[in-house]
Ligand binder design. Structure first.
Ligand SMILES: Nc1nc2c(ncn2[C@@H]2O[C@H](COP(=O)(O)OP(=O)(O)O)[C@@H](O)[C@H]2O)c(=O)[nH]1
Ligand SMILES: [Mg+2]
Length: 379
């Protein structure tokens, strides 16, 4: 059943406010009363990096995806500091290899194995890496500690790159592009959506947010804060009656289409991946947006909490089976010494990591770049 038309609000919280003292008006989807919205903090943008968009531009989304990824290269410092705990953990490898000599190959490789396991590279990847190093050492290809270290880095890089192609956002060619963010509760969906909005806004993209987490009462308030922070507009469910998440998303995408938004960012509710009704809801959401814009959602990004290490694997498999995941966002890697899970998750699932969350700040969602990642974890 469709949601009652008076239960959806379209909040205007854009940075185009005439003056911060004026209350922001609320545009409704129907004949709703006007409410006031607090003044919006303006987000400053550097005009030199702004990506201007005009309707009908050929390859708009392709260029946007590439641009966002290219920016990752200039943000290596963020990646570097974000992975500091993993790097500290892996620094033991340098000590191990400092006084390297051939007669101690077995002991050193055993210790290397332990270090990689502690950083959540996972048993499969760890064995793959260690076996490959052992072969090259015994065949005389690797003769020094520094050669072994370089081979280790190359091995990890090859693993990530071979399974994680298309790390740019794939947004199709129809406006609005629709991105659905899914994952278990507390993983960082809403925060990542907010940070992604910030990144896209900085490129001049017109964003509409959809508060699709209708399960938790406070969820849309949290998203509204992100809408204010990023000067985005948002569609939320309001009122006493429970509104279906799929209705909110479908209304938002309709609105996005009618009003020429470039991207609709859809938040969804989280619960455990084993929760049947959550999975049903996500399937309904996916169908609902696809009915409004053919090919939508263009991206279904699964948010995985990096601190859960290898426990994220069964979660990821379940979500992927049910809704088909197009990319991963690994969050909270700043707080975790287990950055190796990036490698195991990519290897196990063959789904590209598109972004990594390395902090709670608005700029702490970084496009994933395999080279920067390997340099950051093995300094
Ligand atoms: N340190 C850190 N905290 C994060 C990151 N991403 C999200 N969080 C925090 O994780 C908590 C849950 O995030 P939230 O977006 O509400 O998760 P959701 O339930 O999946 O929507 C919040 O306190 C966020 O600030 C990250 O990359 N690093
Ligand atoms: Mg949330």
């Amino acid at each position: 059943m469709a949601a009652p038309s008076n239960s959806l609000f379209f909040l205007t919280s854009s940075s185009t406010l005439p003056s911060p003292s004026k209350p922001t008006t609320l545009t409704t989807l129907s004949n709703l009363p006007r409410i006031h919205f607090p003044p919006i903090t303006k987000i400053t943008r550097t005009s030199s990096t702004r990506f201007t968009c005009s309707a009908g531009q050929v390859g708009f989304f392709t260029r946007l995806g590439r641009l966002i990824k290219e920016k990752a290269k200039s943000d290596v410092d963020k990646i570097f500091s974000g992975f500091s705990k993993t790097r500290d953990n892996l620094a033991v490898i340098d000590e191990l290899l400092l006084y390297w000599n051939l007669s101690e190959t077995d002991r050193v490789l055993d210790e290397l194995e332990e270090v990689l396991l502690c950083s959540d590279f996972g048993p499969k990847i760890t064995i793959k890496i260690v076996d490959s190093l052992r072969d090259d050492i015994l065949s005389g290809k690797l003769k020094s500690g520094s050669e072994i270290k370089d081979a280790l880095k190359k091995c990890v890089l090859d693993l990530v790159k071979s399974k994680s192609k298309k790390t740019e956002l794939q947004l199709g060619f129809r406006k609005p592009a629709v991105i659905m963010i899914v994952g278990v509760n507390g993983g960082g969906k809403t925060t990542s959506l907010g940070k992604l909005a910030y990144r896209l806004k900085n490129e001049g993209v017109k964003i509409l947010m959809a508060a699709g987490d209708t399960f938790r009462a406070a969820a849309s308030d949290q998203l509204e804060i992100w809408a204010e922070r990023t000067g985005s507009q948002i569609v939320v469910a309001e009122g006493e009656k429970k509104v279906k998440a799929s209705s909110v998303l479908s209304q938002a995408v309709k609105r996005g289409k009618e009003e020429g938004f470039d991207v609709v960012l859809c938040d969804t509710s989280g619960r455990l991946h084993t929760n049947y009704s959550l999975m049903e809801e996500l399937i309904a959401c996916k169908k609902a947006v696809g009915k409004v814009v053919s090919g939508a959602p263009n991206e279904i990004l699964l948010v995985l909490d990096g601190t859960t290490g290898l426990n994220m694997l069964p979660q990821a498999r379940e979500f992927n089976e049910v809704v088909g995941i197009t990319g991963l966002i690994l969050t909270k890697l700043d707080g975790s010494a287990r950055g190796g899970c990036v490698v195991s998750v990519v290897d196990e699932l063959g789904i590209p990591v598109k972004f990594v969350g390395v902090g709670e700040g608005v700029e702490d969602l970084q496009p994933f770049d395999a080279d920067a990642f390997v340099d950051a974890i093995f300094s």
